[in-house]
Design a protein around this ligand. Structure first.
Ligand code: 2HG
Ligand code: ZN
Length: 474
């Protein structure tokens, strides 16, 4: 069917059923909804910004009847292309559905709509001394629905785990317009398949999440931020092993290379307060128990660590402004790389015991290939989740860079396999990691994937082409 005709048919079908201000029509208004932080983009047929679950249901039902594909959309901060329009789909943005109910302090849960911004949820719950412990650099823009759909990770996974541990209820709408409540916020419910866990990480390919009951933890008691410069990855690992045995709970254990710090300093004009530099840096956030003694224990631990020869320099942030400054260095990496040049991202994952071996081998591979690119290394050391960012050098053109990345990727994926890892630790598959899915899943698993997709969305209209390709497109 011709695009204009499709569009008109859909508008006719919804005429009088949803208010006019829910629909964006002009190319200009629709354009920002075609892409995400990957900078991949496409032209939406139309954009809907519903305010209620009922409107979501009506829109999906009409699209299903007219066989029009739909891309569900949140804060569009994804780094794998999961929210990118590829074939003039309709975009269904949940951003206006951002209500939050009062926190249930006794049950330690909160019910929110999918469009609630992650940081707003933090602020909302902090008033009750509680926390939805999903903390990532994009928290001021990303939305709960997107966090759930991608099973987001972030900087506190070492302490709290991934998003899937922090949800006990979902309201979803399937492509045929059915509104389904999953698990009703129960902590315990052993009655068959866990559809919540199937939804989490399904990247909008099965149904649209409209509301969620989020599980909460209490806010950390006393947080401290430490920052170290070290000569190599082995030293990062040595520091991690000391921290594991330290008199505190580790909330975050992040690393980044000298090249990443340089980028943040040049592009964002932030500055490290350490007087010495190192090949690598570690940002560690810890929680101390109550009482005054833990502070003294931390100081003892720190002075012993600072005497060790694998530490070049280190500091304990003295104020909340200083904590923010240190975090600003780590959280500014993605943005400063984006300001540097084009980038290909690999959010790899290996067992934490293998991270040094894997990253060293991947770096050796990268440097042996003489690519027209630079390697930026950073990520969540404590989770075994290093981010490899391959950034184009100014001296090479786009085409050469893309060919170089493709060559590198062909070698990198088998290396990840050899180390027993995964090519997506937390960014999801979207459009960019599909070849890894095919390479790492068995044909039996792929058959199950396709059967599950078809059970939820028989016409294959929801977020088409994401995660894996269907043999038959219906
Ligand atoms: C982070 O850890 C995010 O800051 C983004 O996962 C990583 O830009 C990246 O590759
Ligand atoms: Zn990350």
């Amino acid at each position: 069917m011709d695009l204009n005709l499709k569009r008109q048919k859909l508008l006719d079908a919804l005429q009088g059923k949803i208010p006019q201000d829910v629909i964006l029509l002009s190319l200009e208004d629709c354009a920002p909804y075609g892409g995400d932080w990957t900078r991949l983009t496409g032209k939406p047929l139309l954009v809907f910004l519903p305010k209620t679950t009922e409107q979501v249901s009506l829109i999906l039902k009409s699209c299903n009847q007219l066989k029009i594909p739909v891309v569900p959309s949140g804060g569009r901060t994804g780094l794998s292309g999961g929210a990118v329009v590829t074939q003039s789909e309709v975009v269904l943005s949940l951003s206006r559905m951002n209500q939050m109910s009062p926190v249930d302090v006794l049950g330690r849960t909160v019910r929110v709509q999918a469009g609630a911004i992650t940081e707003s949820v933090h602020e909302h719950c902090a008033r009750e001394g509680l926390l939805w412990p999903i903390d990532l650099a994009s928290k001021g823009t990303c939305e709960v629905g997107g966090n759930l759909s991608t099973n987001a990770g972030g900087v506190r996974v070492i302490r709290y785990g991934m998003v899937r541990r922090w949800v006990s209820g979902l309201q979803i709408v399937t492509m045929n317009g059915d509104v389904i409540e999953l698990n009703r916020g129960l902590e315990k419910n052993n009655t068959g398949y866990d559809l919540i866990q199937l939804m989490v990480g399904s990247e909008g390919t099965l149904a649209v999440i409209t509301e969620a009951t989020l599980k909460l933890a209490r806010l950390p008691h006393k947080e401290h931020v430490l920052f170290f410069a070290v000569p190599d990855l082995e030293s990062v690992s040595e520091l991690f092993s000391r921290a594991r045995r330290g008199p505190f709970e580790i909330l975050a254990f992040e690393f980044f290379s000298q090249r990443c710090l340089k980028a943040v300093e040049t592009k964002l004009h932030r500055k490290s307060k350490l007087s010495k530099s190192g090949e690598f840096y570690v940002l560690m956030e810890i929680e101390l128990g109550p009482g005054s003694e833990p502070e003294a224990l931390l100081e003892d631990w720190l002075s012993q660590v600072l005497e060790a020869d694998f530490i070049l320099d280190g500091l304990l942030a003295q104020s909340s402004a200083e904590k923010k400054e240190v975090w600003g260095l780590r959280e500014g990496i993605t943005e400063s790389i984006a300001l540097t040049n084009e980038v290909r991202k690999y959010d790899t994952s290996v067992a934490v015991t293998n991270i040094v071996g894997f990253v060293n081998e991947a770096s050796r591979l990268f440097h042996s290939m003489n690519l027209g690119a630079e390697l930026y290394l950073f990520g969540h050391f404590g989770d075994g989740s290093p981010h490899l960012n391959v950034v184009r050098r100014d001296t090479v053109d786009h085409k050469t860079y893309v060919e170089d990345c493709d060559r590198f990727e062909k070698e990198l994926y088998p290396l990840i396999k050899k180390w027993g890892g995964s090519a997506s630790s937390e960014h999801g598959v979207g459009l960019l990691k599909k070849s890894w899915v095919e390479m790492s899943r068995t044909s039996e698993e792929m058959a199950l994937f396709r059967a599950i997709k078809t059970a939820f969305d028989p016409n294959h209209l929801l977020n088409p082409g994401k995660i894996f390709n269907l043999l038959s497109t219906g």
